[in-house]
Design a protein around this ligand. Structure first.
Ligand SMILES: [Zn+2]
Length: 359
């Protein structure tokens, strides 16, 4: 049995729909009698996994259109993919994880009567029902695998009309492990139409004590990060690599201890960081002791896991202590309750010692 150098991991930025097992998609297509051109795991993987440049965020997001219609609106598939997610996390010694998803993208009945975005046929699974199914699966999975799994509900950047419902669902399911709101499916673009609907939802979340993280400054400009902080009260930034382009903003983020959810392989496969990995902002983050952690983002299209992303950053020059420090950053910046955080930190000290508690 190989030993894991990091036997207690934490993951703060992973999309549930980006972490579905390929076999679940193939089996579900078969069970539902959906015409699906990819019959084996290998065929589907080679279609989904982005292997050659040019790498763009849009190309990566396009891949979701292939498989989301298979699982959207199917109660059993949604439960299974969420439960399996817990097992896969445990397999990589991820003991605390926050998984994010858009409830609307899994639904087959929209609250406003619109056509569901992905589901092939309409039914009775509303966004609210989606959250309820996933909470059930996470509760069972957490218990069965001895880990903590929380949910972050995502707004979708190009559909601001859903954001109000997302914040309502965050509030309703707060007691069932829904800890935060996010904006996904793009990169916070200062020019997005109706963005005030997103802004309003985030301000409401802040009032209700719901945590906030925002995808920004990934492939889009650093300005998106400013918007996330100033108008959306973001506590963490998804990716945020472009922060280094704006020295004042970078300084501010350091001062305010803003947490960056860095996804190393994803940052390359979306073309968000320079080709030369020596110029990856992660090196500056390390040098400047920036508050950041390491996550996978979308394993189904990246063919990664947290173990492989840790390995990647070590090949980029980080040492073991650097990586452990990021796990402690994640523990301090996660959206668990203060009591849970205290317990997580105590567990981390047991595994890695107390020298990382200084910061
Ligand atoms: Zn993401």
């Amino acid at each position: 049995m190989s030993t894991d150098h990091f036997p207690y991991k934490i993951e703060l930025h992973v999309h549930l729909d980006g972490a579905i097992r390929t076999e679940t998609i193939i089996e579900t297509a078969k069970r539902r009698d959906i015409h699906f051109p990819w019959k084996t795991i290998q065929e589907l993987k080679s279609h989904l996994v982005v292997t050659s440049p040019p790498y763009t965020l849009q190309a990566l997001l396009e891949k979701f259109k292939t498989f989301m219609p298979v699982v959207a609106g199917d109660r059993d598939a949604i439960y299974k993919l969420a439960y399996d997610f817990c097992e896969d996390s445990r397999l990589h010694n991820v003991y605390y994880v926050e998984a994010r998803y858009s409830p609307q993208l899994f639904a087959n009945k929209m609250t406003n009567g619109d056509k569901p975005p992905f589901a092939l046929t309409e039914g009775d699974i509303t966004p609210r029902e989606v959250v309820s199914i996933i909470c059930d699966a996470f509760e069972k999975g957490s218990k069965d695998f001895g880990i903590i799994v929380k949910s972050i509900l995502c707004c979708v950047e190009h559909v601001p009309e859903w954001s109000n419902e997302v914040v309502d669902l965050c509030q309703e399911f707060q007691s069932r492990g829904v800890v935060a709101i996010d904006i996904a499916c793009g990169d916070l673009d200062p020019e997005v139409p109706n963005k005030e609907l997103h802004t309003r939802a985030f301000q409401q979340a802040s009032k209700l004590g719901i945590h906030r993280t925002v995808h920004a400054g990934e492939s889009g400009p650093a300005e998106g990060i400013k918007l996330a902080l100033d108008e959306m009260h973001a506590e963490r930034i998804g990716h945020g690599y472009k922060v280094v382009d704006d020295p004042d903003l970078y300084e501010r983020c350091r001062k305010e201890n803003i947490h960056f959810e860095v996804c190393p392989l994803s940052s390359v496969k979306t073309g968000s960081v320079p080709d030369d990995l020596n110029k990856h902002p992660l090196h500056r983050f390390i040098d400047d002791d920036v508050n950041f952690s390491i996550s996978t983002d979308d394993p189904i299209v990246l063919d990664n896991d947290l173990t492989s992303d840790y390995k990647m950053v070590m090949e980029m020059g980080l040492d073991k202590d650097h990586v452990i420090a990021t796990i402690f950053h994640a523990a301090r910046s996660c959206f668990a309750s203060p009591e849970e955080k205290e317990q997580i930190l105590a567990d981390l000290v047991k595994v890695y010692g107390d020298k990382f508690m200084k910061m």
